[in-house]
Design a protein around this ligand. Structure first.
Ligand code: AMP
Ligand code: ZN
Length: 454
C-alpha cells in the first residue's frame, strides 16, 4: 500500500519513495531549541514525526530509513537564557537536552539515528558560508556579519509563496541596518560582547568571529548526515517561513541540486484558541501532565487525536477521553488470540495512516474494529498497529497511585495530633509522610493524600 503525504512545496499529496539507488529513505526533522522545557505543542510535532518514521520503517524496512533530528544549542534564545541565569551556554543546553530526552522516552519516540548539534557543526557551517560568499550568494557586512542575498536566488519564496512586498513586512531583524536589502538574512552573526558573552567561534573568510545564524545549521547538518538531496524534510508550520525557505536557498545555492524531495509541516497545538508557546507561557509540559497522574500513552494518544495538518485544541477533557481509549485498547489486547487471526484485519487503520497521515481516521477505524469485539483477531496484527501509532500499552502507567496502608496510618495519627493541638507531633508526622513520597492536604473537616510532585 502506497504511503502518501501532502507536500508543502508542490501542494500535492504524493507517494513517499526513496530517491537514491541504495533504497535508504532520508528523513530530516528540525529539532528543538534547548533553552526551556519543550511543551506538548512541540511534542505534537515530534509525535507526528515519530508516526511518520514508524510508517517509513514498516514500508521500507527498519534498516532502510535514516532519520536525523537536530538540537539547536546556539541561537539568540539559548544565549539570552544563559546570560539571564549567569551560567555557561553549554550547561543550559545540556540540562534542557537531558529533560527533552526524558520526555521523548516517556512518549515512546524512536530515537533519531543521528541527533547533531549546531555547536558540534561550526566547521561545516563556516565552510558552507564560505562557499556561498565565493559564489556570490552572500556578502560580509561592515560589522563582520555575513548575509545571504535573496535576490541572487531566483527560486526564493517557492515554498512559502511569499512575495517581495510581504518580505518587507515580515522582516523584523534587529541587525537589518547592516544588510543591503531587508529580506537578506544572517548566515553568520558577528560577536557582540555585551550580548553574546563568551560565545564565539572564528568566522568565515572576511568575517568577524561570532556564531552561525539559525538557518544555516540545518542546511549544513542535513548535508553532512544525509547528503545533498534528502527525501523528506519536516517541522512545525511556523518553520515554513523563513526557516525552511532559507534552508532551501542556502543548500541549493551551494549544491546546485534540489534540497528536499518532499516537505511536510504539521499544524500547531492550541490552548484556548491560541498557539501553545514558550514565549506566551501558556503551555503544559509532558512532566506537568504526568505529575497530574496522566499516563504518557494517553498524552501521546491525545496528540494524535486530531489531523496533523489541522490545528488541535488541547483540553484536559481530551486527555481524559484519551485515558479511557487507552484503557479500552489494553482490555481489547488482553482478549486477542496469540496468532492465527486475519492479517488483513487492521487494513483500514493503515489505509487511513497511509492517506496523508490521517491519525484521527486511523483511530476511528481502530475503534470500529475494537467495538465489534476481538473474535478472530490476533496479537501480532494488533501490535503492528500499536507500533505504527507508537502506543505502548504495557508502559508503566502513572494513574493515581494507591496510598500504602502505613502512609494512611501516619496520616490518621497526624490528623489526630493536629486535632489535639500537638503541633510538634503533627509536624514530625508530616515529615515522615513526605519522606514516604506523599503530601497531606488539610481541609477544615478532613484531609486528602496526594503523591508528592517529582
Ligand atoms: P522550537 O523548540 O521552538 O525550535 O520548536 C520545536 C518544534 O516544535 C518545531 O518544529 C516547531 O514548529 C514546533 N512547534 C512549536 N510550537 C508548536 C505548537 N504550539 N504546536 C505544534 N508544534 C509546535
Ligand atoms: Zn531546521
Amino acid at each position: 500500500m502506497a504511503l502518501r503525504l501532502f507536500d508543502s512545496l508542490t501542494r500535492e499529496t504524493r507517494e513517499l519513495v526513496p530517491g537514491s539507488p541504495d533504497g535508504v529513505y532520508r528523513f530530516y526533522n528540525c529539532g528543538p531549541t534547548v533553552y526551556a522545557p519543550a511543551h506538548i505543542g512541540n511534542f505534537r510535532t515530534f509525535v507526528v514525526n515519530d508516526v511518520l518514521r514508524r510508517l517509513l520503517e514498516l514500508q521500507f524496512g527498519p534498516d532502510k530509513v535514516k532519520h536525523v533530528r537536530n538540537l539547536t544549542d546556539v541561537d539568540d534564545r539559548t544565549i539570552t537564557q544563559a546570560r539571564k541565569e549567569g551560567r555557561p551556554l553549554g550547561e543550559i543546553t545540556a540540562h534542557w537536552t537531558k529533560l527533552f530526552h526524558a520526555d521523548c522516552d516517556a512518549l515512546n519516540l524512536l530515537r533519531p539515528h543521528v541527533e547533531p548539534t549546531a555547536t558540534g557543526h561550526i566547521v561545516e557551517q563556516v565552510e558552507m558560508i564560505d562557499q556561498l560568499v565565493q559564489r556570490g550568494h552572500a556578502y560580509a557586512a561592515a560589522d563582520g556579519s555575513v548575509y545571504f542575498k535573496i535576490a541572487s536566488f531566483a527560486d526564493y519564496g517557492a515554498l512559502s509563496r511569499i512575495r517581495e512586498r510581504e518580505l518587507l513586512v515580515t522582516d523584523t531583524a534587529a541587525d537589518s541596518d547592516h544588510k543591503n536589502s531587508v529580506g537578506d538574512f544572517a548566515l553568520w552573526k558577528a560577536w557582540k560582547p555585551e550580548e553574546d558573552g563568551t560565545v564565539q567561534w572564528p568566522g568565515p573568510k572576511g568575517a568577524a568571529p561570532g556564531r552561525p545564524g539559525w538557518h544555516i545549521e540545518c542546511s549544513a547538518m542535513s548535508r553532512k548526515h544525509l547528503g545533498k538531496t534528502i527525501d523528506l524534510h519536516t517541522g512545525g508550520v511556523d518553520l515554513l517561513f523563513p526557516h525552511h525557505e532559507n534552508e532551501i536557498a542556502q543548500s541549493q545555492c551551494c549544491t546546485g541540486v534540489p534540497f528536499a524531495r518532499h516537505w511536510y509541516h504539521s499544524e500547531h497545538l492550541l490552548v484556548n484558541g491560541t498557539t501553545m508557546s514558550k514565549s506566551k507561557g501558556n503551555y503544559f509540559t509532558v512532566r506537568d501532565l504526568l505529575d497530574k497522574g496522566h499516563s504518557p500513552t494517553a498524552v501521546r494518544y491525545a496528540l494524535l487525536a486530531g489531523h496533523p495538518r489541522k490545528q488541535l485544541n488541547f483540553t484536559l477533557d481530551s486527555l481524559h477521553a484519551a485515558e479511557k481509549a487507552v484503557a479500552t485498547l489494553r482490555n481489547f489486547r488482553a482478549a486477542l488470540l496469540p496468532s492465527g487471526g486475519s492479517p488483513e484485519a487492521f487494513a483500514s487503520v493503515f489505509a487511513a495512516l497511509h492517506d496523508d497521515l490521517n491519525t484521527p481516521a486511523a483511530l476511528g477505524a481502530l475503534f470500529s474494529i475494537v467495538n465489534k469485539g476481538s473474535a478472530g483477531l490476533d496479537l501480532p496484527s494488533f501490535d503492528r498497529v500499536l507500533f505504527a501509532l507508537g502506543l505502548r500499552l504495557d508502559a508503566p502507567e502513572a494513574p493515581k497511585a494507591e496510598v500504602p496502608s502505613y502512609v494512611n496510618t501516619l496520616a490518621e495519627r497526624r490528623w489526630a495530633a493536629k486535632q489535639s493541638r500537638d503541633f510538634n507531633a503533627a509536624d514530625a508526622l508530616r515529615a515522615e509522610i513526605q519522606a514516604a513520597g506523599w503530601q497531606m492536604l488539610d481541609r477544615k473537616d478532613g484531609y486528602s493524600l496526594e503523591p508528592l510532585k517529582r
